[in-house]
Design a protein around this ligand. Sequence first.
Ligand SMILES: [Ca+2]
Ligand SMILES: [Ca+2]
Ligand SMILES: [Ca+2]
Length: 88
Amino acid sequence: MKDINEILYNGKPDLDWINSYIKEDGTVVEGHWRTSANETSSDNLSSDNDEDGIPGWLDSDADGDGILEAIDNDGDGIADAIVSIFDM
Ligand SMILES: [Ca+2]
Ligand SMILES: [Ca+2]
Ligand SMILES: [Ca+2]
């Protein structure tokens, strides 16, 4: 697990759309969203380091140390600012 330093944390990473592509071995990789690299892997879309069922990118406390690194005023465990993106 890579813990997040909540003091220095710059917020959830940007999402980049990766177009479908074919690997050298012929495997097709479907298009998908990928989180931009930052100082931690805990907040990736594919990460759930605290195993609460919420992907790290959505999780208000992605590393599960009890210290929120994103605003969660309604206390549902999901970062509020990010939820509003999906509501649009
Ligand atoms: Ca989680
Ligand atoms: Ca945390
Ligand atoms: Ca919330």
